[in-house]
Design a protein around this ligand. Structure first.
Ligand code: FRU
Length: 485
């Protein structure tokens, strides 16, 4: 296994090709794991985390991601590469970015793609850890270099160009500055980066540029009170005329029923026109109630849709990932989700329209008060529910032992029976109007009230005797589909 602290180059393209030939057996072992997902992106072998460089070029979606190709553990990451035209069929390509220089030798960390006149500008963080003596890796011993590569086709890349080093970021910052995301506003180029300052306060740095190469620091977005010690993977989007910043504040703790863990991920409405330096961050909303969602990236496709993909896991999870690790692979990406703003100004998520092509059989109907329904399902299904009395309690059994329970105005997802250590997560809601659920062999994605709230989780049940059973005094409508790729 590569040593994460090594000062040698851990893997270049040649090294990758060589090792690939040595791992055929492990690749087929991973492929035969019953927990392999049917319509989610997952590593053939090894480790996957954040989505990177998402874009669509000439009809093809390029999805890069943090990737350790042969071992199910985070060490010197490179950028895996997958392409798709329909978000149902994926083609795994050879990895795109390798930690093969002195500027990124301990990881080609997360970043983004900006498309200009058909050229892809790929920005990422080159991570370096020095090991010549003891460091805290916060104020010493680390480099986080902003690096640019360009590409005309998404497969072949230019030389790496170093754009900024820690010395180029504001002097009150720690060495944690990473995950560049580049965009254009009012005809000017901007880059945001996640940061931790020397007082352990998280923020997002804003840089501007005339030419996509030379960047000047402009300001930083932060909350008045400290809100997590580091904000990872920032995103900016302007959807339905409203601006938002997405961030993953580390060690942000929410109280009460939201029951979130330390690392979380959410969005702020942003009031800023990119003139001057005065801005306002609106109320923070969690993007997902868990258990497995982090480091999402958003991008606008050729049709102008804002699409989000997230890492279907979370760093330092207290529950078990061993379930698939024993077969040599771990983690997956969420389904692609389209973003929109609802009537209350909330950023909402819904499954991308393309996924409807997987629908095979359907059971649909109206259920009367007290009747509910019970249907046998396979592990890959989609269920849509519309409630006629949205404040009425209910219990929805999904799969073998997963329960979604609405009681006392709290919606709780209970994975105690098959969560490999995951317990219960919940959110206070006055009403539940609708549910839209996608189940894959070992995952569940639950969109509540038009996707204003979402639960994303990996599940590890036996996949036998699966059922969708709804128990309530409530009446409403349901649609149930078996899904097949
Ligand atoms: C978030 C993150 C990023 C970093 C990457 C390293 O999950 O920690 O901040 O760039 O993962 O793999």
């Amino acid at each position: 296994m590569p040593d994460m602290t090594s000062t040698k180059i851990p893997m270049d393209r040649e090294g990758y090709r060589r090792e690939l030939r040595e791992h055929e057996e492990q690749l087929s072992q991973a492929a035969s794991d019953p927990m392999r997902l049917k319509y989610h992106l997952q590593p053939p072998l090894g480790w996957l985390n954040d989505p990177n460089g998402l874009c669509q070029k000439d009809g093809v979606y390029h999805i890069y991601h943090q990737y350790v190709p042969f071992y199910p553990t985070l060490c010197s990451v490179l950028w895996g590469h997958v392409t798709t035209r329909d978000f149902i069929h994926y083609e795994v390509q050879e990895p795109a970015v390798y930690p093969d220089t002195d500027r990124d030798r301990n990881g080609a960390y997360s970043g983004s793609t900006f498309l200009k006149d058909g050229t892809m500008y790929v920005y990422y963080t080159g991570n370096v850890r020095h090991t010549d003596r003891e460091y805290d890796y916060i104020t010493g011993g680390r480099e986080q270099n902003t690096i640019l590569m360009t590409s005309e086709d998404g497969f072949h890349f230019s030389e790496k160009k170093l754009l900024m080093r820690n010395e180029d970021y504001p002097s009150d910052l720690s060495l944690h500055v990473r995950d560049p995301k580049v965009f254009c506003e009012n005809g000017r180029y901007y880059m945001i980066q996640g940061a931790r300052d020397l007082k352990a306060r998280g923020s997002i740095l804003l840089f501007e540029s005339e030419d996509l190469l030379h960047w000047t620091y402009k300001l930083r977005f932060h909350t008045e009170k400290t809100f997590g010690y580091m904000w990872e993977c920032p995103n900016y989007l302007k959807v339905d005329g409203q601006r938002f910043l997405i961030a993953c504040p580390q060690e942000y703790r929410s109280k009460g029923e939201t029951l979130v863990k330390d690392n979380w991920c959410g969005y702020f409405p942003l009031n800023y026109d990119f003139e001057g330096t005065a801005y306002e961050l609106g109320k923070y909303h969690t993007l997902d109630r868990g258990f497995d969602f982090y480091a999402p990236q958003v991008f606008q496709d050729e049709a102008g849709r804002w699409i989000l993909l997230g890492w279907m896991s979370t760093p330092d999870a207290e529950y078990d990932c061993e379930v698939t690790m024993k077969n040599g692979w771990v983690h997956a990406m969420t389904i692609p989700r389209e973003l929109y703003v609802n009537g209350s100004g909330r950023l909402c998520q819904r499954p991308l329209k393309e996924l409807e092509k997987m629908r095979k059989t359907v059971a649909a109907g109206h259920f009367q008060a007290g009747e509910g329904f019970r249907e046998e399902v396979s592990s890959c299904f989609e269920l849509k529910l519309f409630m006629e009395e949205p404040d009425q309690d209910f219990e929805l059994y999904l799969r073998e032992s997963v329960v979604l329970r609405y009681r006392d105005s709290v919606l709780r997802l209970d994975l105690t029976g098959c969560g490999a250590g995951r317990g219960v997560r919940g959110v206070s809601l006055e009403e539940v109007h609708d549910l839209w659920i996608l189940s894959d062999t070992s995952s569940l994605e639950i969109f509540v009230n038009g996707g204003e709230e979402v639960f994303t989780a990996r599940v590890h049940d036996s996949m036998e005797g699966l059922r969708a059973e709804f128990i309530s005094e409530q009446s409403g409508g349901m649609e149930l589909y078996e899904l097949a790729v």
